[in-house]
Design a protein around this ligand. Structure first.
Ligand code: ATP
Ligand code: MG
Length: 365
């Protein structure tokens, strides 16, 4: 798939922008703070209805404006899709082919985008919240149900935690309502956990392959899903997972009332990366972290392709100059001629341009 054009109104520092893209490679060159990342963020937002760098949509609206609009035309192998998003301080609205979508889960997935930026290095060494966010963003775009369940989960989790806090402070006493909320939450949790097992396993296969290529077969990367509830297995059905989650909630009930928090579930899960059996979070060098992050991105491209038969759009923010020649070549040979790619850079040096035929170059100022 590729994005043919993009119009922005009052998105970040772009009060107005209309631009046509190359179906293969687009390069944005500019000094710092000119809007290169903002432009990639706009493409990402149009695909996922979320920013990769903030969870507060308000930040995306131009300082001087009250609302922002993004629109773009996406070409897929069979169809063309017109996507439009509008951001207001009250919330966001989405249109597919000019039809407004009440549920964002009906919108996401029309266009797939994978973003790779230097911050992705923190996937390996950063806290578990970063890896959960990674799972949520990536799996949402390949499975609309995942997005639906993950939004539902947040809502019910909030409700349950609020109720736990009321119980903890003796504002309420009715534990039956707590049980109802726990059952509801366990039902949604099971759907999420089931999908995480499935998608992480697929991601692992591709990531392992990519990583082995980049490291000349010297290193074996494993990506494993680590649910916060122990005893779950990738062979379990949704129902079996549900039974275990609910049992776990029951076991934790007293501590949950005491702390006013839901102590286990998808919001406490993690991913574990190992290289040759050693935990990468503890042992990986800078270069190894970079290779893991890159392998994960390449794996995502393959996963999206496997599940949708389309290659996603690839957004490379400031990463080309961070990768050595070998890694750049691996990346470019993976994507060459398959995906539409957007590359940002402050200067053209340090990028192996001979791998990229006739890119469309934009100067941002
Ligand atoms: P770098 O090379 O440093 O990464 P960049 O070109 O990627 O720079 P951006 O991150 O895209 O720069 O940001 C460009 C500018 O947009 C920044 O100066 C920032 O202050 C500004 N900006 C961010 N949000 C808004 C907003 N809501 N309204 C107006 N301007 C904004
Ligand atoms: Mg930037």
């Amino acid at each position: 798939m590729y994005l043919e054009n993009l119009s922005l109104k009052d998105f970040r520092n772009f009060s107005k922008l209309e631009v046509n893209f190359d179906p293969y490679v687009n390069v944005f060159i500019g000094a710092n703070a000119q809007g290169k990342t903002n432009l990639l963020e706009a493409v990402y937002f149009l695909a996922l209805t979320r920013s990769h760098r903030t969870s507060s949509d308000k930040e995306l609206i131009n300082f001087e404006a009250k609302s922002a609009t993004l629109q773009g035309l996406v070409h897929k192998s069979q169809v063309e899709v017109d996507l439009k998003m509008r951001l207001t301080p009250k919330g966001k609205l989405a249109w597919v082919n000019r039809l407004q979508q009440k549920k964002l889960s009906r919108y996401v997935g029309q266009m797939n985008a994978i973003l790779f930026s230097p911050e992705d290095l923190s996937l390996v060494k950063g806290g578990p919240a970063i890896r959960r966010r990674f799972m949520n963003l990536e799996f949402s775009q390949i499975n609309p149900e995942y997005l639906y369940f993950s939004n539902q989960y947040q809502q019910v989790l909030q409700q349950k935690n609020n109720y736990l806090k009321q119980l903890a402070s003796h504002k309420v006493y009715d534990q039956v309502f707590l049980d109802v909320l726990s059952e509801q939450l366990a039902g949604i949790a099971a759907e999420i956990i089931y999908r995480r097992f499935k998608y992480v396993a697929a991601l692992n296969t591709y990531a392992q392959d990519a990583h082995s290529n980049i490291s000349n077969g010297q290193e074996d990367l494993q990506v494993q899903y680590h649910p916060s509830i122990s005893g779950l297995s990738s062979d379990d059905s949704v129902e079996e997972i549900y039974q275990q989650v609910i049992a776990n909630f029951k076991k934790n009930k007293i501590s949950e009332i005491r702390t006013g928090l839901t102590l286990s579930g998808p919001h406490r899960d993690d991913l574990i990366f190992t290289i040759n059996g050693k935990n990468a979070r503890e042992f990986a060098s800078q270069g190894q972290q970079r290779t893991i992050a890159l392998s994960l991105k390449l794996a995502e491209i393959q996963l999206v392709h496997q599940l949708t038969s389309e290659y996603p759009i690839l957004l490379l923010d400031d990463v080309m100059s961070e990768l050595d020649y070998k890694r750049q070549t691996s990346l470019l040979s993976y994507i060459y001629g398959k995906t539409q790619t957007f590359i940002t850079t402050t200067d053209l040096e340090g990028i192996s341009w001979e791998k990229i035929k006739s890119p469309k170059i934009f100067h941002l100022e």
